[in-house]
Design a protein around this ligand. Structure first.
Ligand code: AP5
Ligand code: MG
Ligand code: ZN
Length: 217
């Protein structure tokens, strides 16, 4: 299946995408993770992207579109893919359509995770991420067994530099202004599957998998 996962910052896109991708045996492609990797590697793109990310702004379309196009051209995407955090603007959505059209494939569904805005700040400020493997935790909702240490690989847990209360509000504003309108774009194509993200992590996953089962028939 070729899937998109959408929703505001902190909705649980990454948390759910990891599990859904594992279940469907398709790659999870997170543009946020790819950009953070570029920042870590200190590439030119990473240096430029960091300035936007730390302010809660989107990196320019022309930067990210090329990155995603290259990634979707990799052989593992032949089996399908789950895109997390892309597209985020109308030009990105149009570029994706164009890329997919050229290889004759279509998006099967857009999973839209809904979480009320007032819940989001607590989710984001409590998030901790493994520096080594990228696994995501939450100090209250999904604590690691040992504080500050990844359950999976023992790596050090850190707080993303854009996970401050101030930046979160900016990211939410940017989401509402630039990304939320894409739900109409995909809604007109009948692709949007709304999921209640204000439930326990396992229940959200179950709802997503049940919804996808109905699509596959
Ligand atoms: P990105 O990394 O995509 O960040 P985001 O969209 O703000 O989303 P998050 O990763 O913050 O949230 P999430 O929905 O994945 O939540 P998670 O599962 O971690 O992008 C970062 C930046 O990169 C952007 O601001 C932009 O600058 C740039 N960028 C990226 N893509 C771009 C693009 N296409 N164009 C331009 N710029 C781009 O969960 C959050 C927390 O909540 C965790 O601690 C988790 O444990 C907890 N949690 C999850 N689910 C639940 C639940 N059901 N109940 C309780 N707690 C939960
Ligand atoms: Mg994420
Ligand atoms: Zn780890």
């Amino acid at each position: 299946m070729n899937l998109l996962i959408m929703g505001p910052p902190g909705a649980g896109k990454g948390t759910q995408a990891v599990e859904v991708a594992k279940e469907l045996k398709i790659p999870h492609i997170s543009t946020g993770d790819m950009l953070r990797e570029a920042v870590k590697q200190g590439t030119e793109m990473g240096k430029k992207a960091k300035e936007y990310m730390d302010k809660g702004q989107l990196v320019p379309d022309e930067v990210i579109i090329g990155v995603v196009r290259d990634r979707l051209g990799q052989p593992d995407c032949k089996a399908g893919f789950l895109l997390d955090g892309f597209p985020r603007t109308l030009p990105q959505a149009e570029a994706l359509d164009e890329t997919l059209k050229n290889v004759g494939i279509k998006i099967d569904a857009v999973i839209n995770i809904n979480v009320p805005r007032e819940r989001i700040v607590a989710r984001i400020t409590g998030r901790r991420v493994c520096r080594a493997c990228g696994d995501t935790y939450h100090v209250v909702n999904k604590p690691p067994q040992e504080s500050g240490k990844c359950d999976k690989c023992g790596g050090e847990l850190y707080q993303r530099s854009d996970d401050t209360e101030e930046t979160v509000n900016k990211r939410l504003d940017v989401y509402e202004a630039q990304t939320q309108p894409l739900l109409d774009y995909y809604g007109r194509q009948g692709l949007v599957k709304d999921i209640n993200g204000d439930q326990e992590i396992g229940k959200v996953l179950q709802d997503i998998l049940d919804t996808l089962k109905q699509i596959k028939g």
